[in-house]
Design a protein around this ligand. Sequence first.
Ligand code: SF4
Length: 754
Amino acid sequence: MSTEQAPQVKKPKTHAAGPAAVASSLNHVMRTAGPVRGTKALLDLNQKNGFDCPSCAWPDPDDHRAPAEFCENGAKAIASEATQRKVDPAFFARYSIDELQQESDYWHDQQGRLTDPMILREGATHYEPIAWDEAFSLIARELNALPSPDDAIFYTSGRTSNEAAFLYQLFARAFGTNNLPDCSNMCHESSGTALKQSVGVGKGTVTLDDIHHADTVLCIGQNPGTNHPRMLSALEETVKNGGKVVAVNPLKEAGLMGFAHPQKLKGMVDRSTSLASQYLQVKINGDLALLRALGKELFEREDKESIFDHDFIKEHTTGFETYRKHCQQADWEELVEKSGISRSDIEALADTVLSGERKLITCWAMGLTQHRNAVATIREVANIHLLLGAIGRPGAGLCPVRGHSNVQGDRTVGIFEKMPKSFLAALDKEFGMKSPRKHGHDVVNAILAMDKEPGKVFFAMGGNFLQASPDTDFTARALEKCRLTCHVATKLNRSHLVTGKVGLILPCLGRSEHDEQATGPQFVTCENSMGIVHQSKGKLDPASENLMSEPAIVCGLAKATLQTPIKVDWTRLANDYDQIRNLIEAIIPGFDNYNERVREPGGFYLPNPAKDRRWDTDTGKANFSDVGDLDQFEVAAGRLLLQTLRSHDQYNTTVYGLNDRYRGIGMGRRIIFLNPKDMEEREIKPVSLVDITSHWTGEERYAKGFFAIPYDIPRGTAAAYFPEANVLVPVASTARESNTPTSKAIEISIKPSS
Ligand code: SF4
């Protein structure tokens, strides 16, 4: 095991980007991909005729694209994918599974691109090469040997293109199961659940231009400086156009405080634009209390003079009176105590959201979605917007910011364990099949099922399931109980090293790579956070000639596996992705003239009824939520509430480097950020080693050897990086209704390492 040295600790930054971001981007790209391949990759990244960034789902400008239309983390993602290093059969002959397990996630990503299909046979110590056909036959044998199709689990990571995802769900349903968990189960599932109830669509309702022209952008539970960096350019536009940015986050994050635009003269000399005019360091899980307090303040002002959009409320909503009652009955003292925000700051927040034409946009991410009361909290966000009619008009609306480049697209084309009956009926009609109606497993239920019922087949389309999931040790044991685990991937990761009886790795083309099929070069499509479906055409030479594209892999698998054929010519679909898009157009509303429109530079917007103030809800109106109780997560005396988060040198579970520049951390991953007073109370010295224990219904989980870093974070709370801290997250600790793991609220105790 690589033993970690004490990290270097510097003063955190007060603004993001600037020349350091340019230097870091070039360093990563030139060090891995090299000057020629690297420069080509960067010049094609997010260009209209180029490929889509495989990292987050922040949209590209509708009109003009900058020559460098990417951020530092987009560059790192490309550096990781376009690397010239190879993980080939010789590599696997050199390292046993045990040896690879000893290495860090960072080391795994540094080893390079997978080049050939590999198999870990039962009882073997090393992966060995296997031919594609033999791999497909083996998977087919294992799948068809299962007692029930529901003993198979087909996981999807949000990097999967629309075309591959559509084929994958079709294959799984033709095989007979809805077990289609995806990474969205662990991230924005709470957003989808809440928004569907409130406004009838589980997606955001704004465009980039709306953000530029909002009066107020509320960034809550989100760290855009690291997780959606190009969003900072949009927030700079908001401020330049006279709008205000309000940040709500337990930690002071550089990217919310200021932005030095590296493509502007001022930014090039590291001079920044201030972003957040108000920064509310809410307690972890204190967001619902804060939003309820804002609602209460607005109702008290409404009692003095009319401030609400009554025409909108009357025509478009239901439940106003119930919500008014909940706000009026709420107790100020409790709201201030539970949110950790003062009454005067809440009043200032109300002043801001009532400014201008009340064009309010709320943006959020995991800081809202990974809590027990996440769905209630996100519905409270919608409540505020309904009071002000701040939805379905320019400059106003709801914006869950997706963390994975096509996670929204995957869901749209059928990657969901509980798709509506209308979708399944359309599949049956088009393909002459009987798709299963029983809802499948989401991520948490898939883990519990693999643990309880050994002998399953687990198939992952991309991702790093083990490291992204909660309760790492429990999830590892569950995966080891499978008869087969199989991963489609571009890079080596820890999930490949924790296998069922037999393990398979199927290497696929990267998004940046040229995809040639029998009918010629192919492109795929993705859908970003704003609901824009756009092209992605790989331009680089593939890392190996023995890679297959994701669509081709699914078609190969389906041909080998399906014993009851359906009305599909898998070979034709693998040869020509236009045919896949024709099928998507036939099945899913909003994709009319798909092949034609997606060839338009920039692509097209999918319909979003809430944007047009049409509400696809059970009442046919936008619904104020009727949630009274704050349901806030309280910890026992002497304990702390931990949130997991990313460093600036990682994307989801991919660790590009060991620095967290904005938070002042160098060369360190096993870190826990603590309030200095909480450290004093526990006699914990700065940068000393501590052991962490999480507590859940009498169960304990342990993570030893973390460096304690004093940080500007509310008393009683703590923060540590995932995947390292995921071992502390109980698999059964999930959000109500959405079943999303509560990775942002874990009860812990800490003590100096013994
Ligand atoms: S903002 Fe997101 S999508 Fe855009 S370049 Fe950066 S990581 Fe990629």
